[in-house]
Design a protein around this ligand. Structure first.
Ligand SMILES: Nc1c(C(=O)O)ncn1[C@@H]1O[C@H](COP(=O)(O)O)[C@@H](O)[C@H]1O
Length: 162
């Protein structure tokens, strides 16, 4: 059964959003990826959000750029948690995307991540952490990931000063 939905406003967001999908795949989480746009396919957006809970989605990772209404509109139509990823935009470097996603009115929350790749990857890791609550095996995988990451940093070396 699909546990996490990864949606984005356009296939041009894939370069960034694939980093969320890669994390989910690495942890063996069942997920789906789909283009859904609040602006261009509003009926599909409503249908996706309205069926998310009955389909058993634990959360929806939603990435969009520019006037990034997708995460907020999904959150408006479902109580399934929405994790918003601001995709870098061509002219305003994604600051427009970030502000569009983060400034939700009280009552309709969207958990907003960093602009770009790191935000997408962290949204994937956050979804894993949410699922890990009830799954000891997944929790162990997540702890192992952190341990490996820690070791990588501890092993880092800096060049000699010339
Ligand atoms: N922000 C949204 C929404 C939405 O929020 O529903 N739908 C598409 N878009 C964004 O438009 C940008 C340009 O899209 P195109 O590259 O298809 O022109 C993308 O970053 C997409 O997320």
């Amino acid at each position: 059964m699909i546990q996490v939905g990864v949606v984005m406003g356009s296939n041009s967001d894939w370069d960034v959003m694939q980093h969320a999908a890669k994390q989910l795949k690495a942890f063996g989480v069942e997920f789906e990826c789909k283009v859904v746009s609040a602006h261009r396919t509003p009926d599909l957006l409503f249908q996706y959000a309205e069926t998310a809970a009955e389909r058993g989605l634990t959360c929806i990772i939603a990435g969009a750029g520019g006037a990034a209404h997708l995460p907020g509109m999904l959150a408006a139509k479902t109580t399934v948690p929405v994790l918003g990823v601001p995709v870098p935009s061509k002219y305003l470097r994604g600051e427009d995307s970030l502000l569009s996603i983060v400034q939700m009115p009280k009552g309709i929350p969207v958990a907003t991540f960093a602009i770009g790749e790191a935000g997408a990857a962290n949204a994937g890791l956050f979804a894993v952490a949410m699922l890990a609550g009830g799954k000891p095996e997944l929790a162990k995988q997540l702890n192992d990931f952190r341990e490996t990451q820690k070791q990588t940093v501890l092993d880092m070396e800096l060049p000699e000063v010339e």
